[in-house]
Design a protein around this ligand. Structure first.
Ligand SMILES: [Zn+2]
Length: 124
């Protein structure tokens, strides 16, 4: 069990994560549903016209949103898994404890601030 977090703090963060998981799952379902409907409309319309150029950006936006939500949902579920295994709250890069103040803002954070910024920089 993570020693630097109290039982109360862990309960609070678990609550946040579970809430976020439900929100994301609902949004994702709505977008996947919307995307399916748009695709069907596109199919119907493209049979007798050239509507495709206007439809394409809409589809791309829906796909990008769905992708983002999917990734965030995976991060949230990963955090819940670490919580269940008692591994929650340690940086996966350096093993240091992630401060509660950071976890409050981003309960699914896997890295401490220095490691997260190092990762961000390495992407640029
Ligand atoms: Zn770290």
């Amino acid at each position: 069990m993570s020693k630097h977090l109290t039982t109360g703090q862990q309960a609070l963060l678990t609550g946040e994560l579970e809430l976020r998981e439900r929100e994301l799952a609902a949004q994702l379902a709505a977008h996947l549903h919307g995307q399916t409907r748009t695709e069907r409309a596109h199919e119907l319309l493209s049979q007798d016209g050239d509507d495709a150029p206007q439809r394409a950006p809409e589809l791309a936006i829906a796909a990008a949103l769905t992708d983002l939500e999917q990734r965030e949902l995976e991060a949230v579920r990963g955090a819940l898994g670490r919580m269940a295994r008692g591994e929650y709250g340690s940086c996966r890069a350096c093993g240091e404890s992630i401060p509660f103040d950071r976890l409050k803002v981003e309960p699914w954070a896997e890295r401490c601030v220095p490691c997260a910024s190092a990762l961000e920089q390495s992407k640029h």
